[in-house]
Design a protein around this ligand. Structure first.
Ligand SMILES: Nc1ncnc2c1ncn2[C@@H]1O[C@H](COP(=O)(O)OP(=O)(O)OP(=O)(O)O)[C@@H](O)[C@H]1O
Ligand SMILES: [Mg+2]
Length: 413
């Protein structure tokens, strides 16, 4: 593939981990394939040049390989086609690589190892970009991540630009005013120093009540103020264009019962059981808005709302019966019932047969967990909620949030 043949590529960089880079990639891809944009899913490539958090997946030969979690997500949730995980996720910075790299670098030439990584990224990009109209590349962590091996985001951006990739760099940051400007500043200086400018800014997670004010002040600062203050100091970086303000979508922070099940199983696989319904995989995708522990025998119903996950002791048969009846009433009257039922202290005793039967025939996703109620709540509250390959509902919410953004006009040449 000749240099001029590379497709326009958006490199999504973030001012932090968990800032919304993957959400932005999902949003951009959804925006591109929306009806009137002229792109099909098959026209879009995705690459995560340097990954940090890996999952084990099977390669084309059925062999297990480590691939970055975001690359796996883009392929499985969005359906982006991939020439293989080794290309969508060419470098994974797994545990132990840092010490190994520094040892090797100190004993020989540090540039050798770096060159090998960059070659792998270039080759992977070429494979991912083949036949595509556009490529979305997701950066890693904050811009400095990867610098251990000379592979920081700025290094990767430079490597891609040097090979002739028409790259638009988008920096994703959190929605605020002063805090946002302050958080972005060191990265603009860093990118400038590295000769790797950011072209656009995406302000993510803006509270709707503050949207107008944030748009006004952020827009005014970068259009009218930034260049006067710092323009002379910067060589390649000018004031970035604001390509969009994305609202805070509270549902993205809600776990599903399935995520709770997976997270609890990771800690103690034998201590968690998905007891109902038979189609647990599909039923457990509803979002859990609040987790509520029931410690009363009666009178708790007014405190429960649709979307709640309810924690009840496994032996509290009467309470469980009442919860099931309440769930059915909510579904009938409000169209939405409880999100889940979590039965604590499973070692205390099994479920009685009659309740087991009702659960199995119902639709309420139910877990039986060895932990006590307090520990269950603590674990769920401490959960880092990231988008999962099965989160179709969240994908739709992100697509809707990005629908009105003039991303394309602002991003692609
Ligand atoms: N606009 C938003 N509204 C509400 N929550 C959001 C929003 N954007 C991101 N989040 C929350 O932050 C989490 C992390 O987002 P995301 O995975 O996109 O971050 P990231 O920058 O890609 O992280 P990583 O550094 O691991 O690649 C999401 O799963 C979601 O819970
Ligand atoms: Mg990500």
């Amino acid at each position: 593939m000749g240099a001029s043949a590379y497709p326009p590529t958006v490199y999504v960089l973030g001012t932090d981990r968990d800032i919304g880079k993957t959400v932005t990639c999902i949003g951009i891809i959804s925006n591109l394939i929306a009806a009137d944009r002229g792109y099909r899913l098959g026209d879009i490539g995705y690459i995560k040049p340097v990954g940090q958090e890996t999952l084990t997946v099977l390669d084309d030969f059925g062999e297990p390989v480590k691939a970055d979690k975001d690359a796996v997500l883009a392929i499985s949730l969005l359906g982006v086609d991939s020439p293989g995980h080794q290309y969508s996720s060419p470098v994974v910075w797994a545990d132990g690589v840092t010490a190994q790299y520094i040892d090797d670098a100190a004993a020989g030439d540090p540039l050798d190892g770096r060159q090998a990584f960059l070659d792998r990224i270039r080759e992977a990009y070429e494979r991912v970009a083949e036949g595509k109209k556009v490529v979305i590349a997701e950066g890693t962590g904050q811009p400095g991540v990867g610098s251990v091996a000379g592979l920081s985001n700025a290094d990767v951006i430079n490597a891609l630009r040097e090979m002739g990739v028409p790259l638009t760099v988008l920096l994703v940051t959190r929605g605020g005013i002063g805090s946002t400007i302050d958080q972005v500043f060191p990265y603009l200086v860093l990118l400038d120093h590295m000769g790797a400018r950011a072209d656009g800014l995406l302000i993510n997670g803006v509270f709707p009540s503050k949207m107008d004010k944030i748009q006004h002040y952020i827009g005014t600062y970068y259009e009218r103020v930034f260049a006067a203050l710092y323009g002379e100091r910067l060589k390649v970086q000018s004031a970035p264009r604001i390509v969009g303000y994305v609202p805070s979508i509270k549902e993205l922070r809600y776990p599903t019962v399935r995520l709770i099940y997976e997270a609890l199983s990771k800690v103690d696989a034998g201590g968690v059981e998905a007891v109902a319904p038979v189609e647990f995989g599909q039923a457990s995708l509803s979002l859990v808005r609040h987790v509520k522990v029931i410690s009363l025998d009666t009178g708790f119903e007014p405190f429960l709302e649709p979307g709640d996950a309810v924690v009840v002791g496994v032996n509290s048969n009467d309470v469980i019966r009442t919860v099931l009846a309440l769930h059915a009433r909510m579904v009938a009257q409000q169209g939405e019932g409880l999100a889940g039922l979590i039965l604590s202290c499973r070692q205390v005793g099994g479920l009685c047969e009659e309740i087991e039967g009702s659960l199995a025939h119902g639709d309420l996703p139910t877990l039986m967990v060895a932990l006590d109620s307090a520990s269950i709540v603590q674990r769920i509250e401490g959960l880092k909620v990231k988008i999962q390959p099965y989160d179709e509902g969240k994908k739709a919410l992100i697509a809707a949030a990005f629908e009105g953004l003039p991303l394309l006009a602002n991003l692609l040449p």
